[in-house]
Structure formats: structure tokens, C-alpha cells
Ligand binder design. Structure first.
Ligand code: APR
Length: 395
């Protein structure tokens, strides 16, 4: 049986950033990760970092490789009715920028730096279960290499994502669950092809939304709107490229580069939040507590924002016996979570084809078009979009 101050379940962005911020102030933690190191360092996820996320990572010496290899972005392109409309969010939001950098590369950086700085991380930790977190001495049990292990801790951080064990360990009646499925889903595609643009494209099209995201100079990420629960088998590569070419087309002859598809899957879109994000000495952070529609690329950034709040609160308690931060943890995080949920939902309805089954679909489509035109014509609308997309501060 070993003891640590903070037991962290999950080595994703939330868990790893939390571990680093605590260690920097001399507070020890142990990270328990179900998967192997090589698995988590290859798992394709998000890839767009808000200005505030990059600033936090830089402030704590975690952004060296990100700065060397990430791509700075200051604008995004909306396409509809065969036309391009660039929103220069950098100019519209005080010169702030975003960085395109694959989440798995960030996770790999955080793990490498954690180990280099003497941090403890247990990969392949199976059958994790949480105990006693409603009392003074939480205990995390798990098996590793077939042997049962026990870790006692003063606090537990549930950073184990939507499918993790932490949220489910909280007594059912203690949580309010908000769960809304949007009537859209995305075919996510990773292809071995250089990007065909300098900036991210969101294309609104009668056949459905298409997104040209970027990841590196040799690999690109694409999304295509489809029906929820649509099996990936109905998306052979040829159909993927045909739909991307059609939906991304503009009237100036631009064409999308094609290449071998490396990965493809269908993901549904949901807005999911649990309140509160804490129970006794267990604190949920990141996807363990909330899921946002991927449209605004907010999931990773929200996870890091939760980790920052939780680190500050734990440090206050451990180093100054000041529990105010921990007592207010959920309320502090949820202000940003609900703001981001609203923006991500708004953006999803702005750029996706409104399904025929939607009440007043044609009327909604006319208002959607008016909203797109207004967003592209009005500096005030552009500025509001910019501060939400690049990341609101002081929330
Ligand atoms: N025990 C230990 N580890 C677990 C368990 C478990 N029972 N369940 C899940 N995990 C691990 C997962 O393997 C993963 O590495 O917890 C980690 C959770 O990481 P993420 O899912 O990345 O969650 P988070 O850190 O909140 O980051 C959110 O990741 O899922 C994307 O789109 C999401 O970009 C967002 C970001």
C-alpha cells in the first residue's frame, strides 16, 4: 500500500496537466492510466489549442515542442453558397492566436516531461476502483501485471474521460445529469495528405457540413456531416473524397488534395454535463464531467481549464489549509463549461445542414443563412465569434 497526496485517474490532457501543475508546487501525485504508454501517445483525438491553453502550457514549461512544431493560426474560413469568407479572429480579438497541434503529441510531451521530472505514472492500470472518497482517506485499488495494488490518497482527481470509472463511482442521486444528443454526427477522417489550405475550413453545404482541419504538413483531418448512428461501412474512401470535394468546392476552382485514408470513424454529437463536478474528496475534470459537440474544438481546452482550476484549489488546501477553492471548484468550472456548451451548440446549428425532420426546417435554413451572412459581414458579430472560438478569458 502506498500513499500520495492526489491520486489522478487518467493520463489525458486533464490528468497530465493537473499532475504537472501540482508537482511544480511540490505537491505529489500518482497518475493511473488504463492503457499502455504507446497506445495513449498514438490515439488520434483533437488538435486545436486555444490561446489560453498555449499560454498556460508555456507558463509551466510544457510547451517547448508545441511551440517548435505547432502551427500558429489567426483566422478561419467559412464556406457557403460556393464562396469563401475568412474570419480574421486574431485581428478581431486583440491579436490572440490559436495553435494546431495534435492532442496525442501534446499527451506524449506531457508524459515525457512528467517522467523526466520524476513523476510517477502507472500505465496498464486495470480494474481501477475508487473507495472512501466521501471520507477522510480515499483509496484507489487497481491491478497491474496481475497483482492487486492499493493507493491511499488525500484527494482523487477523476480525469478518466467520458467512459472512465470516476463519474460512475459517485452515488447516482448525487449528480444532476444533462445529456442532449444533436441530430448530426461526423465521419472523422485522418488522411496521409498535405493540407490544401493554410487555415481551417468550415463548409456549410446543402449536402451537409464538411471540415478541413489540419494536423501537420503530411497528415490532414477531415469531417463530414452524416446521420447519427450511420455505420462507417457506408463511407468507403471513394465516397469520402467525393463528398469532401463537393461540399468544400468554391467558385474559384480550388481543389482538395487527396491521399490514403489512415483512419475513419463516425462520432455522434452530444452536449453532456454533470453537476456538481465533485463529491467529497473526488473531483472530476475534463471529459469525465462534460462532453461538448466537437464543432468548436473545445474538449481539450476545457479539460486543461478544469485542470488549472483544480490545481489552484488543491494547492490552496494543501499548502494553506484554505478550502475555498475546492468548495467552489464545480461552480468555477461550470461557468466556463456552460459558456462553451452554448457556443459549441450555436456553432453546430450554424454550420450543419438542418435535418429534414427538424420542425420548420426550411424556415430554420433561411434563418441559418441569414446568420452566416451576418457573421461574415459584421465586425461586431465576428468579434463575438472570435472571443468564443479563440477562448474566453477570466471566466
Ligand atoms: N482507469 C484508468 N484510466 C482510465 C480509465 C480507467 N478506468 N478510463 C479511462 N482512462 C484513461 C483513458 O485511457 C484516457 O487516457 O483516462 C484518460 C482520459 O483522457 P481523455 O479521454 O483524453 O480525457 P480528458 O483528459 O478529459 O481530455 C479531453 O480528450 O477525449 C478527448 O475530445 C476529448 O479533446 C478532449 C480531451
Amino acid at each position: 500500500m502506498t500513499h500520495t497526496c492526489v491520486g489522478i485517474v487518467g493520463a489525458g490532457p486533464a490528468g497530465l496537466v493537473l499532475a504537472h501543475l501540482l508537482k511544480e508546487q511540490g505537491v505529489e501525485s500518482v497518475v493511473l492510466e488504463r492503457q499502455t504508454r504507446s497506445y495513449v501517445e498514438k490515439r488520434v483525438r483533437a488538435g486545436l489549442l486555444e490561446h489560453g491553453t498555449v499560454a498556460l502550457l508555456e507558463q509551466h514549461g510544457l510547451a517547448e515542442r508545441l511551440r517548435a512544431r505547432g502551427q500558429v493560426h489567426r483566422g478561419v474560413e467559412l464556406r457557403f453558397a460556393g464562396r469563401r469568407h475568412r474570419i480574421p479572429y486574431g485581428e478581431l480579438y486583440g491579436g490572440r492566436h490559436m495553435v494546431v497541434y495534435a492532442q496525442q503529441d501534446l499527451v506524449a510531451d506531457l508524459i515525457r516531461l512528467w517522467v523526466e521530472r520524476g513523476g510517477e505514472i502507472q500505465f496498464a492500470a486495470e480494474d481501477v476502483s475508487l473507495h472512501g472518497f466521501d471520507r477522510e482517506r480515499p483509496e484507489i485499488r487497481y491491478t497491474r501485471a496481475g497483482r492487486e495494488q492499493r493507493l491511499t490518497c488525500d484527494f482523487v482527481a477523476g480525469c478518466d474521460g467520458y467512459h472512465g470509472v470516476s463519474r460512475g463511482s459517485i452515488p447516482t442521486g448525487a449528480l444532476r445529469v444533462y445529456d442532449h444528443r444533436l441530430p448530426f454526427a461526423w465521419v472523422g477522417v485522418l488522411a496521409q495528405v498535405a493540407p490544401s489550405t493554410e487555415e481551417i475550413i468550415y463548409a456549410h453545404h446543402p449536402r451537409g457540413f464538411a471540415g478541413h482541419m489540419l494536423r501537420s504538413q503530411t497528415v490532414s483531418r477531415f469531417y463530414l456531416q452524416t446521420e447519427p448512428d450511420d455505420p462507417i461501412e457506408s463511407w468507403p474512401d471513394a465516397r469520402i473524397w467525393e463528398e469532401l470535394q463537393g461540399r468544400l468546392a468554391v467558385d474559384d476552382g480550388w481543389r482538395l488534395r487527396e491521399g490514403p485514408v489512415l483512419e475513419k470513424n463516425v462520432t455522434d454529437m452530444r452536449s453532456f454535463v454533470v453537476e456538481p463536478m465533485q463529491f467529497g474528496r473526488l473531483f472530476l475534470a475534463g471529459d469525465a464531467a462534460h462532453i461538448v459537440p466537437p464543432t468548436g474544438a473545445k474538449g481539450l481546452n476545457l479539460a486543461v481549464a478544469d485542470a488549472r482550476v483544480l490545481a489552484e484549489a488543491l494547492l490552496g488546501r494543501v499548502r494553506a489549509s484554505d478550502s475555498r477553492g475546492l468548495d467552489a471548484y464545480s461552480a468555477t468550472c461550470l461557468r466556463r463549461v456552460w459558456r462553451v456548451q452554448e457556443f459549441s451548440s450555436w456553432m453546430s446549428w450554424l454550420i450543419h445542414r438542418i435535418p429534414d425532420a427538424t420542425p420548420d426546417a426550411e424556415l430554420r435554413r433561411r434563418m441559418q443563412r441569414a446568420q452566416l451572412e451576418y457573421l461574415c459581414a459584421s465586425p461586431a458579430a465576428g468579434a463575438s465569434f472570435a472571443e468564443n472560438y479563440v477562448g474566453l478569458e477570466n471566466l
